[in-house]
Design a protein around this ligand. Structure first.
Ligand code: DAH
Length: 356
């Protein structure tokens, strides 16, 4: 019976030792000394057998309760010590400079696009948008580009199988006819230029119209220093009464000087586009172009909107006149930053991107 009286003081000592263990290793040793297979408390339980039948139940209860208490104390101390072990060994110096998080910035193509858009906004242009998955009607037919025109050749264009253009529903060979162009299906394709948005914009609002359309375009090209199958364009469209080529020249010149500097010179050269008449190409020069050993760089196509295009969108060509242009954003960005390989724009190499 004597050892029953030992339980309470023994438990007390065990609790004190467990909660005083300075580290995890000592704690494990202390645990072993009390409730391990050879521990003092375990020994106590073994002595139960020496007790009489009457004494056993009460003694067993007492020992078990004490063991539960010890195990709880062990768990508490263990989690405290584990937390302590996870803390830094050295005291924290709150006066040390912080770790800087790198600040992201806009991609050079985004930056150039934003600047061009800003320059056009100053003269009253609004930004318009259209789907990248287009159809032949908006990309070609409505732009007066007939079915046998080389620009539609599958060599240049990604046609999309088993999919329908973003806004025009299911395919049917008669859709083109309904839109006023005979014999043309609305085959889905990745737009080859942002000019398709001219049609969408004019069809959705009456004249006058002044829009700028930045966007991604796709052509079946092999990537090299100056080509990539995906690139970006900015389209401009201005429709009003009595619009002239002089307006076109003045506007484009002002914007390019705004974006690329006042030493910029432009030259307008006759060309052919099926959706403009007359059509022109714009050549560009500045100090950098000269440094590259060239006199002029071709950077844009433009012209006066073809009367047939006005007819296709329901604008009266006798009343309305306008100009349009389209140029590649990559070209402009390469000129602005002196970049000689277009592929650098798409590789997402931070060593390249950090420079801007
Ligand atoms: N869409 C032409 C291209 O991708 C560029 C262009 C030329 C756009 C003349 C126009 C334009 O709006 O009038 O090469």
């Amino acid at each position: 019976m004597g050892f029953l009286n030992d339980i309470a003081p023994l438990k007390q000592t065990a609790l004190t030792e467990l909660s005083a263990a300075p580290d995890l290793a000592t704690l494990e040793q202390t645990k072993g000394a009390w409730i391990g297979p050879h521990g003092k408390f375990t020994a106590l339980m073994k002595q139960l057998g020496t007790l009489s039948k009457e004494e056993k139940p009460a003694a067993g209860k007492l020992i078990n309760a004490a063991k539960v208490e010890l195990e709880a104390a062990l768990a508490t101390r263990r989690s405290d010590l584990e937390l302590k072990a996870a803390l830094p060994k050295e005291p924290t110096d709150w006066t040390l400079p912080g770790r800087r998080r790198a600040v992201g910035k806009l991609h050079p193509l985004t930056e150039v696009t934003d600047d061009i858009v800003k320059a056009f906004r100053k003269v009253g242009f609004a930004v318009a948008d259209g789907p990248e998955i287009e159809d032949e009607y908006h990309c070609f037919d409505a732009l007066n580009t007939p079915a046998d025109h080389p620009a539609r050749d599958s060599q240049d264009t990604f046609y999309v199988a088993n999919s329908s253009p973003a806004q025009s529903g299911t395919l049917s060979p008669s859709d083109g006819e309904r839109d006023g162009v005979r014999g043309s299906a609305k085959l889905p394709l990745l737009r080859t230029h942002t000019s398709s948005v001219q049609i969408r914009a004019m069809k959705s609002q009456p004249p006058p119209i002044r829009i700028i359309v930045p966007g991604r375009v796709y052509r079946r090209d092999n990537a090299d220093a100056t080509h990539n199958p995906t690139f970006h364009q900015i389209e401009g469209l201005y429709v009003d009464k009595n619009v002239t080529v002089g307006d076109l020249k003045g506007t484009v010149e002002a914007v390019f000087q705004d974006v690329l500097g006042s030493d910029v010179k432009l030259r307008f050269r006759p060309h052919y586009f099926s959706y403009t008449e007359p059509s022109l190409e714009i050549d560009f020069t500045n100090a950098l172009v000269k440094k590259l050993g060239k006199d002029w760089l071709e950077i844009a196509g433009c012209g006066m909107v073809h009367p047939q295009v006005f007819g296709n969108v329901g604008y009266d060509p006798e009343v309305w006149s306008g100009w349009a242009f389209g140029f590649g954003i990559e070209r402009i960005a390469m000129l602005r930053y002196g970049i000689t390989d277009i592929r650098l724009f798409y590789e997402n190499d931070v060593r390249f991107l950090r420079q801007f």
